[in-house]
Design a protein around this ligand. Structure first.
Ligand SMILES: Cc1cc2nc3c(=O)[nH]c(=O)nc-3n(C[C@H](O)[C@H](O)[C@H](O)COP(=O)(O)OP(=O)(O)OC[C@H]3O[C@@H](n4cnc5c(N)ncnc54)[C@H](O)[C@@H]3O)c2cc1C
Length: 429
C-alpha cells in the first residue's frame, strides 16, 4: 500500500507550525543574537516566550519518547515537522530539537547515571543549557582510528589529555561528550571510550574558536584537554564502546540534518521563484528565459527527489526500528544532501545577481553551509563508500568471460525457453 498523504489532523498542526515559524521564528534570524547562547538575556527574552507557546501546543521536543517529555513522533512525522523548522536558524531551538543537543541527549538517556540525567539531561531537554560533542581531532576527522586524545585510568577516575578540533558550541556548552583512547593496544574500533566532561572542569583550554566562512560568529573550537580529571562514572557505556555510543547519536542526527536541509533548500527555491517573476532584463522577465526556466525546473526536481528519499528513509527507520538496517539509505541521504543544497542555493545566488553574493541575502551563507553538511558527521565520500558496499552485497560477480547479460547468451536461453512458439521467425532471421 503506497500513500503520499499526511494525516489531516497532523497536517493541521503542520499548517500551524508553518505560520508560526514564518511570523514568529524567522524574524529571530535577523536580530544578531546567537541561537544557542542560553546565557544571553536578550536571546532568552526573544526565545523563551516562543518555546512556551510550543510547549503549550504539545510540540516541544517531539523526537523524544513520552518518558522524556516528548511526543515520541516517528521519523516520518519528524521529517514533515523538521523541513518547516529548517527554514530558520532558530526553528529547532524554539521547538526543542536542535543538534547536537538531540544526539547528546540520546546518549545521556541511554548511558547516563541517574545523577548525570538529573544534572545534565533535564536542563538540556529544557534548553536551559546546551552541550558539545567533542570527537574530531586536528590530524583527521574522517578516520577516527587516527585519534590520539588519551584518557588514562587513575585510582579515582580518568585523566584526559589531547586535542580536539571543531567542537561546536564548546564556548556555550555546560558539558562536553568526549571520545578518548583508553586502550591503545586494543583493535582499532575497541580503543576508545566516551566520557561526559563538565565544562567547568579545570584544564579545558580553548586554543581557538573558529567561524564558518568570513562573517559568521566563531563557534567551532580547537580545544586542548590538559590533565582534565573526571570521575569513574564519567564513562558513558562500556570501556572500548565509544563507536557503539557514537552510533546512538549519528543515525538520527544525520537524517534530522537532512530534514532541516529540505527547509533551507526550499527557502532558497522560494526566493529564486520570486526573483525570476520580478526581475526584467532585455525586455522580458527572467522567468521567460529558457536557461532560467531550466534552473527552476532542475531545482524543483532535485528538491522533490531528495525529499522523497528522506521521507522513504524516515519511513524505513520507523518500520525497522534499527538504524543499522537502514544504513545504506541514511548514508545515501547524507551524501545527497550537500549537493542538492549547494546546487539550489548556488542557483538562487546566481539569479539574484550581485545582490545574491551579499550578506543581505541568505545564499552565500547557505552555499558555505552546504559544505558543512558535506563534512560534519562524515564526509560525502565516506558515505558513498557505505552506499556502494551495501548495494554490492546484493550482487555476485561471474567467473565467465562474458557478463550474464551478454546478448548471445540471453538469445540462446530465450530460444531454449520460447523457441517453439516463434520457430518460424527465429529460423528466418
Ligand atoms: C561546521 C562544522 C561543524 C562540526 N562540528 C563538529 C562537532 O561538533 N564535533 C566534532 O567532533 N566534529 C565536528 N565537525 C568535524 C567533522 O566531523 C569533520 O570535519 C569531518 O569528520 C571530516 O574530518 P576533517 O575535517 O578532519 O577532514 P579530513 O578527515 O581531513 O577529510 C578531508 C577530505 O578528505 C576526503 N576524504 C576523507 N576520507 C575519505 C575517504 N575515505 N575516501 C575519499 N575521500 C576521503 C574528503 O573529501 C574530506 O572532506 C564539524 C565540521 C564542520 C565543518
Amino acid at each position: 500500500m503506497w500513500s503520499f498523504e499526511t494525516d489531516p489532523e497532523y497536517q493541521k498542526q503542520l499548517d500551524w507550525v508553518a505560520q508560526f515559524v514564518k511570523d514568529e521564528v524567522e524574524p529571530l534570524d535577523y536580530l544578531g543574537v546567537e541561537a544557542y547562547n542560553t546565557r544571553d538575556e536578550r536571546r532568552n527574552r526573544a526565545v523563551r516566550p516562543l518555546q512556551k507557546i510550543v510547549k503549550e501546543k504539545g510540540l516541544w521536543a517531539c523526537h523524544l519518547g513520552p518518558e522524556l517529555g516528548g511526543k515520541g513522533y516517528g521519523q516520518v512525522q519528524l521529517a514533515l515537522l523538521n523541513e518547516i523548522l529548517g527554514r530558520s536558524h532558530f526553528g529547532s531551538i524554539v521547538f526543542g530539537c536542535q543538534a547536537p543537543d538531540t544526539g547528546n541527549s540520546e546518549i545521556l538517556a541511554h548511558y547516563g547515571t541517574a545523577a548525570q540525567k538529573e544534572k545534565y539531561l533535564k536542563p538540556l531537554l529544557n534548553n536551559d543549557i546546551v552541550s558539545c560533542f567533542s570527537m574530531t581531532e586536528p590530524q583527521g576527522g574522517a578516520d577516527p582510528k587516527v585519534f590520539t586524545c588519551r584518557a588514562e585510568e587513575t585510582a579515582d577516575g580518568w585523566v584526559i589529555n589531547g586535542e580536539k578540533w571543531f567542537s561546536s558550541h564548546a564556548h556555550l556548552a555546560s558539558f562536553l561528550i568526549v571520545m578518548a583512547v583508553t586502550d591503545p593496544q586494543a583493535p582499532p574500533y575497541r580503543r576508545m571510550s566516551m566520557f561526559i566532561v563538565d565544562a567547568e572542569t579545570p584544564g579545558i583550554e580553548m586554543i581557538r574558536n573558529m567561524p564558518v566562512g568570513h562573517h559568521a560568529r566563531p563557534g567551532h573550537a580547537h580545544l586542548r584537554y590538559n590533565n582534565v580529571k573526571v570521575p569513574k562514572d564519567a564513562m558513558l557505556g562500556q570501556r572500548g564502546d565509544a563507536f557503539v555510543v557514537a552510533q546512538t547519536r549519528l543515525g538520527g542526527g544525520r537524517i534530522h540534518h537532512a530534514m532541516r536541509t529540505i527547509g533551507q533548500a526550499k527557502k532558497a527555491f522560494d526566493a529564486m521563484c520570486e526573483r525570476v517573476l520580478s526581475r526584467e532584463t532585455q525586455g522580458t522577465r527572467l522567468s521567460d528565459k529558457q536557461m532560467v526556466q531550466e534552473k527552476i525546473a532542475d531545482s524543483w526536481m532535485e528538491i522533490e527527489q531528495f525529499r522523497l528519499l528522506v521521507l522513504q528513509t524516515a519511513w524505513k527507520i520507523d518500520r525497522y526500528k534499527d538504524y543499522m538496517k537502514v544504513r545504506k539509505d541514511i548514508s545515501a541521504v547524507k551524501a545527497l544532501m550537500p549537493k542538492v543544497f549547494h546546487d539550489v542555493a548556488a542557483r538562487a545566488l546566481h539569479l539574484h545577481g550581485s545582490l545574491g553574493v551579499t550578506p543581505d541575502m541568505p545564499f552565500a551563507e547557505q552555499v558555505i553551509e552546504s559544505f558543512h553538511m558535506g563534512l560534519a558527521d562524515g564526509p560525502t565520500e565516506v558515505h558513498k563508500v557505505t552506499v556502494a558496499k551495501q548495494v554490492l552485497r546484493d550482487y555476485r560477480g561471474t567467473n565467465d568471460m562474458f557478463p550474464t547479460t551478454y546478448g548471445p547468451y540471453r538469445r540462446e536461453e530465450a530460444i531454449r525457453k520460447l523457441g517453439d512458439l516463434i520457430e518460424t521467425q527465429v529460423a528466418a532471421e
